[in-house]
Write a protein that binds this ligand. Structure first.
Ligand code: FUB
Length: 342
C-alpha cells in the first residue's frame, strides 16, 4: 500500500531519527536525484514534487509533478543553485500528466534530459529534451522515444563512449502491463502475480548516435541470486521494482534499483552493460517516506549516493534530495548505508 510507511521506520518520526545528511535544498521539494559531473560541476536532475491534492493510491497518482528544476553545486557541501524551470509539462506536446524521475546525458556539447510522463492515453512513455546548457532550459522532442514505455530512465555512458538507457518500474510505473510487448490497459495494477516465476525484468537499450532514439530493440535484464537463478516474483526484498541506476567500478557494472514495497536500494554486479547481474546486497536501507530512489556517482575520486527522504514534510509525495558518501570494499562490494542513527 503506497500510503503506508515502511515497517522499519514506522515508529521513527523525523524528529527522533537523526539523519546522516541534510536536505540539499529546502525552498522546493525534490526527489529521485540523478547526479552527474558535467564540465567539472555537479548537476542534479531531480523530480520536482508539488502538492496538487491528487489522491494517494497504489498507482502513484499523488506523484503529480508538472516541471523539472535542475540543481548544481561546485563541490559536495558547497552552495546549491536552483536553475529554475528547465522543462514544463505544458511544453511537452505528447505529455498528459505526471513528470516522474528524470536523468540526463552529455554528448558533443549537447545535453539531453530524459524523462517519463504519461501520454494523453495515460500510458507512461519516456521523452527526451535537448539543451546547449546542462542547466537547461530544455526543448522537448515532439514525440516520446519510439518503443519506449514505463518509467525511470537512467542513462549510463560506458568507457567506450556508448550510452545505454535503463528503465522500467512496476505497479504505478506500468511495466507489468508490457509483458506481451504490447500495452494491456486492463493488466495487473501491481506485478505479474506469479510468485514462483522470475520477477519482472528491468529494461535496457543502447542509444542511437543522435541520443534521441533506441539503437536496438529493448532487452530484458536478468537479475540473478547467489545460485545463478533468476530472482522470483515473491522475493520482494530483492526483486526489481523501479529506480534503475548503473555505475562502473573496477571494470564491473553495478546495477542498483529500488525494491519499492520493501523500500531498499539494492545492487547487483555484472560483466556487461546488458547483465546478467548477480544480487550482492543493500546500498541504502529504507528512508522516511514510501519511495526510495538514488544515483551513484564518482566525484573527484570519491563515490557518493544521492537519495531522498521526507525529512522536511513528513509526507510521501513531498520529498527532499540528499547526498552522502558511499564506500566500495576491497572485494568490490558496497558498504550498506543506514540513513538514520538514533
Ligand atoms: O517520483 C515519482 C516516482 O516515485 C519515481 O519515478 C519513482 O522512482 C518513485 O521515486
Amino acid at each position: 500500500d503506497l500510503t503506508e510507511e515502511p515497517d522499519s521506520i514506522k515508529d521513527t518520526s523525523a524528529n527522533e531519527a537523526k539523519s546522516i545528511s541534510k536536505p540539499l535544498v529546502e525552498h522546493i521539494y525534490t526527489a529521485d536525484p540523478s547526479a552527474h559531473v558535467f564540465d567539472g560541476k555537479i548537476y542534479i536532475y531531480p523530480s520536482h514534487d508539488i502538492d496538487t491534492g491528487a489522491p494517494e493510491n497504489d498507482m502513484g497518482d499523488h506523484f503529480d509533478m508538472k516541471d523539472y528544476h535542475i540543481l548544481s553545486m561546485d563541490s559536495i557541501g558547497g552552495q546549491v543553485t536552483d536553475h529554475g524551470v528547465a522543462l514544463d509539462i505544458k511544453d511537452v506536446p505528447w505529455a498528459g500528466r505526471q513528470l516522474w524521475a528524470p536523468d540526463a546525458a552529455h554528448k558533443d556539447g549537447k545535453y539531453y534530459l530524459y524523462f517519463p510522463a504519461k501520454d494523453k492515453q495515460d500510458v507512461f512513455r519516456i521523452g527526451v529534451a535537448t539543451s546547449t546548457s546542462p542547466a537547461g532550459p530544455f526543448k522537448a522532442e515532439p514525440q516520446p522515444i519510439k518503443n519506449s514505455y514505463s518509467i525511470d530512465p537512467a542513462v549510463f555512458q560506458d568507457t567506450d563512449g556508448s550510452f545505454y538507457m535503463y528503465f522500467g518500474g512496476i505497479w504505478g510505473g506500468q511495466l507489468q502491463r508490457w509483458a506481451t510487448g504490447k500495452y494491456d490497459a486492463n493488466g495487473s495494477k501491481t506485478d505479474l502475480q506469479k510468485d514462483d516465476e522470475p520477477a519482472i525484468s528491468p529494461r535496457v537499450a543502447k542509444l542511437s548516435k543522435n541520443m534521441l532514439e533506441f539503437a536496438e530493440p529493448v532487452k530484458e535484464i536478468k537479475l540473478l541470486d547467489e545460485n545463478g537463478k533468476e530472482i522470483l516474483g515473491k522475493d520482494h526484498d530483492r526483486r526489481f521494482f523501479e529506480a534503475s541506476w548503473v555505475h562502473k567500478y573496477n571494470g564491473k557494472y553495478y546495477f542498483s534499483y529500488s525494491t519499492g514495497d520493501t523500500h531498499f536500494i539494492n545492487y547487483a554486479i555484472g560483466d556487461s552493460p546488458y547483465g546478467p547481474f548477480t544480487y550482492k546486497g543493500v546500498v541504502l536501507k529504507p528512508v522516511l517516506g514510501w519511495t526510495n530512489h538514488h544515483s551513484i556517482v564518482e566525484i573527484k575520486g570519491k563515490w557518493y549516493l544521492f537519495y531522498h527522504d521526507v525529512e522536511l514534510s513528513g509526507k510521501t509525495p513531498l520529498r527532499n534530495v540528499k547526498v552522502t558518501e558511499l564506500h566500495h570494499n576491497a572485494d568490490g562490494t558496497i558498504q550498506t548505508i543506514e540513513p538514520y542513527t538514533k
